[in-house]
Design a protein around this ligand. Structure first.
Ligand code: COI
Length: 405
């Protein structure tokens, strides 16, 4: 109990009061019904008898290596959340008719833990992930949870797995909270049973090529998300249908695809990431950082939100405009022709930022400038550095939650 109280105060110390209120009052923020409580005092920990070692960081492939343990919490509609458990990493046992397997009752999150120079464990903005996960769960009628309690449980789990957090810049422990409907039966209805679990994977750069600018194919023959749909939620069901257009783009030599929407060709996202463009108005000399607005079709990316906030705080407003607005593929083509397309990059938890060097659209090829001898534009590089300084605790910032003493 003493350790738990200490954790709680460390978490609180790292979080400003405005964020803390957001993290603790789930119902007030998102209009969700109050969740059933999780009794953290009932946490049962069973340690593995066959501990593994962290492989050399250079050998890590994204999401292929897992730590020794996992956190699980079962839920049912009569008893609510049952006692949380940390157990050795294991296969799940599900009835073949389990509702997740047939009707995609599944949502997930991705967040990262880091070790700083003083050997403290830090997690980047986990409160945002917890809030978003509740919104995703609510959208598919899975149970929501108290975000602060869940964060404490995840912190206990990460502390147990500390030796799996690579101590190298660019490396981290990727956490994958997952929530599935487990009720057996083929009826389509609100699940009466669910399982929340967290697995953890030590990771390096998301792309095997590392921090290298990518070529995109703009996709207008398939749609990632649409008004009134679920594109703003982190549901597994949003991801599977996107892989075929990515495969087709790959067959034509592109690393990723750029998702367009509607007859105007609005640019929405890139692969599984949010996307940013930088334009420079030749007449005024002013630069504009542009990303799509949160209109219900765009994922509410934590990295996206962080980049927007840092850009608004740190870029000189005499030189910069920061816009949440749609740009179309046609605007990008026109502005490239005028020499006004300056930079482009994707943003997400896994890759953080991913510079873009080229976009193919029908028979056109749009070139995005990079700095001489580098794989990024200057703002892309700057933004990556701002975020990484916070993630690795190189500067103190309220977005970096210290979870260990
Ligand atoms: C992210 O980077 O935020 C993602 O969602 C990527 C993940 C699906 C691997």
């Amino acid at each position: 109990m003493a350790a738990r109280a200490a954790l709680s105060s460390t978490l609180k110390a790292a979080v400003p009061s405005a964020t803390r209120n957001l993290a603790t009052s789930t119902a007030a923020v998102s209009g969700l019904a109050p969740p059933s409580p999780i009794d953290i005092s009932k946490l049962k920990i069973t340690k593995t008898t066959t501990p593994k070692k962290l492989p050399p960081p250079e050998e890590l492939i994204f999401g292929q290596t897992f730590t020794d343990h996992m956190l699980t919490i079962e839920w049912n509609d009569k008893d609510g959340w049952l006692a949380p458990e940390i157990t050795p990493f294991h296969n799940l046992s599900l009835d073949p008719s389990a509702i997740v397997l047939h009707y995609a009752f599944e949502c997930f999150e991705g967040l990262k833990a880091y070790v700083d120079k003083d050997d403290k464990i830090r997690i980047f903005r986990p409160d945002r992930n917890m809030i978003r996960m509740n919104k995703s769960a609510d959208r598919i009628c899975l149970p929501t949870f108290d975000t602060e309690t869940m964060l404490k449980l995840i912190s206990d789990f990460v502390k147990l797995e500390k030796d799996f957090i690579p101590k190298k810049k660019g490396y981290s422990l990727y956490l994958r909270p997952t929530l599935i409907g487990t009720q057996a039966g083929l009826g389509v209805h609100i699940p009466t049973k669910a399982l929340f679990y967290v697995i953890a994977s030590p990771v390096g750069p998301y792309y095997p090529t590392g921090f290298k600018a990518v070529r995109l194919e703009a996709t207008d023959y398939a749609t990632r998300a649409w008004p009134g749909g679920t594109g703003d939620k982190k549901l597994g069901a949003n991801y599977a249908p996107c892989v075929k257009p990515q495969r087709e783009a790959a067959e034509r030599g592109y690393q990723q695809n750029l998702w367009l929407f509607g007859p105007e060709g609005k640019v929405t996202e890139v692969g599984t990431m949010n996307v940013f463009f930088v334009f420079e108005d030749k007449a005024t000399g002013k630069k504009e950082l542009v990303t799509a607005p949160l209109d219900g079709t765009i994922l509410e990316g934590v990295t996206r939100e962080s980049i927007l906030q840092l850009a608004r705080e740190r870029l000189d407003p005499k030189e910069w405009i920061v816009s949440e607005r749609y740009c179309t593929i046609h605007e990008i083509i026109e502005r490239e022709a005028k020499g006004e397309l300056v930079e482009a990059f994707g943003s997400g938890t896994a890759a953080v930022v991913s510079p873009i060097k080229e976009i193919g659209f029908h028979d056109k090829n749009i070139n995005v400038p990079l700095q001489p001898g580098k794989q990024t534009g200057p703002l892309t590089e700057q933004v990556a550095e701002w975020i990484s300084q916070i993630q690795y605790g190189e500067i103190e910032h309220p977005w970096s939650f210290v979870i260990s003493e």
